[in-house]
Design a protein around this ligand. Structure first.
Ligand SMILES: [Zn+2]
Length: 116
């Protein structure tokens, strides 16, 4: 990968990370408001909070993946599969820039999870 597209990708990942961090703080603010609701509303709001919380977890998981990808960029390991060490397919990185596994390893993991 060229230095220019590397920097571009790093900027894109940082931007995405910031977006997710902002979304996460909005989600947290909504959650806190929910807890201040009066008791009549509380059951419904706890239900909403579960949905909001799931969204929060999703955002947190994505932030963690992006942070890991940025760390791999710094250490020069970016673009190699963490499982088998082979380069990750470029098309996969285009579609999923913080992928840490090549397609074979990712599919292997998926199959393993499906069996559990
Ligand atoms: Zn692999």
């Amino acid at each position: 990968m060229s230095d220019a597209s590397y920097e571009e990708l790093r900027a894109k990942l940082n931007h995405k990370k910031q977006e997710l961090t902002e979304r996460l703080s909005r989600i947290s603010a909504n959650l806190r408001r929910g807890y201040e609701a009066d008791s009549k509303e509380r059951a419904k709001q706890l239900e909403d909070n579960e949905v909001v919380d799931a969204l929060g977890n999703e955002a947190r998981a994505e932030i963690a993946k992006i942070s890991a990808a940025l760390r791999r960029m710094d250490s020069g390991e970016y673009g190699n599969c963490v499982e088998c060490g082979l380069p990750i397919e470029e098309g996969r990185l285009d579609a999923y820039p913080y992928a840490d596994e090549c397609i074979e390893c990712a599919e292997f993991d998926e199959r393993r999870r499906a069996r559990e």
